[in-house]
Design a protein around this ligand. Structure first.
Ligand SMILES: [Zn+2]
Length: 468
């Protein structure tokens, strides 16, 4: 009976305030200290030890509520955050949110959060104490936001983002999803509570030689959004698979500048375009908030992942094809399956597809006719093994399935399954346990992918989710 009164009050508040949206946001520092413990930097090769900190690695969180449903959106400056870790965050958040989304920017200049970038292929790169503390800190961050919710209105905008000297495609066919979408939540006094920008490009401007922890261009991007709009900014990585990478300016020898100056130029450039687009946007009238999700069971055929799973470097539960606990020894005839989730988030004029990995942009926008190549050849003339475009998937692509004034593709949402690439262009060297050397042409991404079937299962999942 003691619990009855407050529950009753909550239900009443929900029914009278259902037309209002409220929000709160914060950013916290989750940077490990390389002076106190060994920090392995994720992305590129193994054995890259951090020697210092250039700028903080952060967890950025936004809590939104329509009085009935509370959704937390958390974005981490990390290479990826796998579903078992996301589930731990969710458990610790308790009733603070009905749904917690944890996405990563896919930062290639931050601490290893997946386990595969340690000193050697046989040692995890995750500092377990840091990971535990980070999970606790993210949950505490979300819980603290429940006491800070303020009524807000939404502005949202979507434009074509810049390409040249911002992003390029390293893998044929050249297809760039250059949509730049942005959202701003403003309270009654005109102050911004939070903003979100969404664009697709690997956060790896500093490249493989850098040993200072940094959030790369998304850190500068968020700083610029906060400078111009106020509040807390979040940056969400889109369909950055195969292979959206920064296109920094070059030095006099024609070498790409892998500098903080360039990371800042790219981050600020994207942020400024997002803010300018938001300035022209009308406040949305409908504060609709909803989330729909679907669990997917996906086969893992990648022998490199099999080794990492067998060695518990990739710390996730594995299953059989029926979704029961995996039994026996992993082998090509007894492959592990993984459970993940996709989702669809609606927030006012925004519809966001939650993708559990690195979606190839061609699965988001098509572009097999060269309409998304932005002046580059669709296929390089010297490609020794060009993709067979005639076999490429047909419409509808993910952005065509979505149907809202402003769309976001949230990459690395609630998981990081690696690259999600179309089956017609999936080629591996299956005579090698490491999959290397990969087949001629552009086929690196297959070596960091669950397997051939992932894309179809994910795309079919979205088609079904959008029919519900
Ligand atoms: Zn990647």
């Amino acid at each position: 009976m003691i619990r009855f009164a407050p529950l009753c009050a909550l239900a009443l508040a929900a029914s009278t305030a259902s037309a209002e949206l409220s929000a709160a946001a914060s950013a916290i520092d989750i940077t490990p200290d390389p002076a106190k413990s060994t920090v392995w930097i994720a992305g590129f090769g193994m054995n890259r030890r951090a020697t210092g900190v250039h700028d903080p690695i952060r967890s950025r969180a936004l809590l939104v509520s329509d009085g009935k449903t509370r959704v937390a959106i958390v974005v981490l400056d990390l290479v990826g955050f796998m579903r078992p870790h996301v589930e731990k965050v969710r458990t610790r958040c308790g009733e603070a949110a009905d749904y917690v989304l944890v996405a990563s920017t896919h930062n290639h200049e931050g601490p290893d959060s997946m386990g595969i970038w340690g000193r050697t292929p046989f040692e995890t790169g995750i500092d377990a104490a840091w990971m535990d503390a980070t999970i606790e800190a993210i949950a505490a961050q979300v819980i603290a936001l429940t006491a800070k919710l303020q009524v807000v209105t939404i502005r949202a905008a979507q434009i074509e983002g810049p390409v040249k000297e911002f992003v390029c495609d390293h893998r044929d066919p050249v297809v760039i999803d250059n949509a730049l979408s942005a959202l701003q939540l403003v309270c009654a006094d005109g102050k911004t509570v939070a903003s979100i920008a969404n664009w697709a490009c690997h956060p790896e401007t500093l490249w493989s030689g850098n040993t200072l922890l940094t959030a790369d261009y998304p850190g500068f991007l968020c700083a610029r959004l906060e400078e111009r709009l106020g509040g807390t900014a979040l940056f969400v990585s889109g369909a950055l698979g195969g292979m959206m990478t920064p296109d920094p300016l070059k030095d006099e020898k024609g070498e790409k500048l892998r500098t903080f100056v360039e990371a800042e130029r790219i981050g600020r450039g994207i942020a400024d375009r997002a803010v300018d687009a938001l300035a022209k946007a009308e406040a949305a009238r409908d504060p609709a908030l909803s989330i729909r999700t679907r669990e997917l069971l996906l086969p893992c055929t990648n022998p490199r992942f099999h080794v990492a799973m067998a060695m518990k470097l990739l710390s996730r539960e594995i299953f059989d094809a029926e979704g029961k606990a995996f039994a026996g020894k992993i082998s090509p005839k007894n492959i592990p399956w993984v459970k993940t989730e996709i989702g669809l988030l609606t927030l006012g004029p925004l519809q966001a597809a939650l993708v559990p990995g690195e979606l190839f942009p061609e699965l988001a926008v098509g572009g097999f006719d060269g309409s998304k190549s932005f002046g580059a050849d669709l296929v390089k003339k010297n490609n020794p093994n060009p993709p067979k475009i005639a076999n490429a998937p047909k419409s509808p692509f993910l952005r065509e399935l979505l149907n809202a004034p402003v769309e976001m593709i949230v990459g690395l949402a609630n998981d990081e399954l690696g690259y999600i690439l179309p089956e017609y262009d999936f080629e591996v060297n299956d005579k090698s346990a490491t999959l290397e050397p990969h087949p001629p042409g552009d086929h690196y991404e297959e070596t960091n992918s669950l397997g051939k079937e992932t894309a179809k299962r994910v795309m079919d999942g979205f088609a079904e989710l959008l029919k519900e």
